[in-house]
Write a protein that binds this ligand. Structure first.
Ligand code: SF4
Length: 279
């Protein structure tokens, strides 16, 4: 059976950068704290915890401690709290996410309401909301557009969670356009996400089976799975080789494999080795 690995599989530059910052910070500091995981991958998070990174739910006294901001970014409130509590702040926010913050703030300064297309509960979206001065509107999908709220808006700017699916975003945009007089759209889906999604539009049509490797907490992995599944019913989302079932490959001549932006290379390599073994 032929195994085709997507060119864009695995870490994006934002994740590589954040992990690198975490390793470098841990190399020179014993007390490094973080709210949540550096990126949405349990294996990566565990390795860093083994090196001493401490995951906390709330900020405490920050004297002689480092507060590491993860790739998804953080709200102004959290950053303000951390500096008041005297943490040394090390910022691993992806530059692409920072760019979204910048666009959102500039739009606000020009008197626009900011509309965010993204998952309300995702850390990146929470960070974006928390970087803005005024209340923004989050739209998750075309089925849940808050028409009442939109009626009152004259000027709005749309920004997008970096890992959204472009087609879904464009659907929402089409529905919003007739409702708001002055509407600006900023496509802030990041380049690595675009490349991954582009590949996923072809691979499921060119392979019998598709395997997507990544954590169930990873938004960009979920998106890849959704695209793949819509094109090829034999698409499977696995966190590691342990999730793979030999029956998936019955009669298949080819398998396409990709991995989310926070999936380490060794997890994907293990998956490939295992598939080779069982087929
Ligand atoms: S997926 Fe995009 S925004 Fe998120 S860390 Fe990677 S490059 Fe940055």
């Amino acid at each position: 059976m032929k195994i085709n690995l997507a060119k864009s599989a695995g870490f994006c530059f934002g994740v590589t950068r954040a992990i690198d910052i975490a390793y470098k910070t841990l190399a020179v500091n014993k007390n490094v704290y973080m709210l949540g995981n550096i990126v949405h991958n349990e294996v990566v998070a565990q390795k860093l915890e083994e090196l001493g990174l401490k995951k906390i739910k709330k900020l405490g006294c920050g004297k002689n401690k480092v507060f590491l901001i993860r790739a998804h970014g953080a709200s102004l409130n959290i950053i303000g709290q951390a500096s008041k509590l005297e943490y040394t702040i090390v910022d691993a926010t992806c530059p692409m996410v920072k760019e979204i913050h910048k666009i959102g703030r500039a739009a606000e300064d020009k008197g626009n309401t900011v509309i965010i297309i993204g998952d309300k509960k995702h850390d990146e979206v929470r960070g974006i909301i928390g970087q803005l001065k005024k209340r923004s509107i989050v739209i998750e999908n075309a089925e849940n557009i808050p028409r009442d709220k939109l009626k009152k808006i004259k000027k709005a700017s749309i920004i997008v969670q970096s890992t959204q699916n472009l087609e879904k975003v464009l659907q929402i945009l089409e529905l919003l356009q007739p409702q708001i007089k002055e509407l600006k759209f900023f496509n802030t889906i990041c380049q690595p996400t675009r490349l991954k999604q582009q590949e996923m539009k072809n691979m499921p049509l060119e392979n019998d089976v598709i395997i997507i490797v990544g954590s169930k907490t990873s938004a960009n992995t979920k998106r890849l799975y959704e695209i793949s599944k819509s094109l090829n019913n034999r698409s499977y989302w696995v966190q590691s080789r342990k999730d793979i079932k030999p029956v998936w490959f019955k009669g298949a001549n080819s398998v396409g494999i990709t991995a989310g932006a926070s999936t380490p290379e060794y997890t994907t390599a293990e998956v490939i080795d295992y598939i080779k073994k069982i087929t």
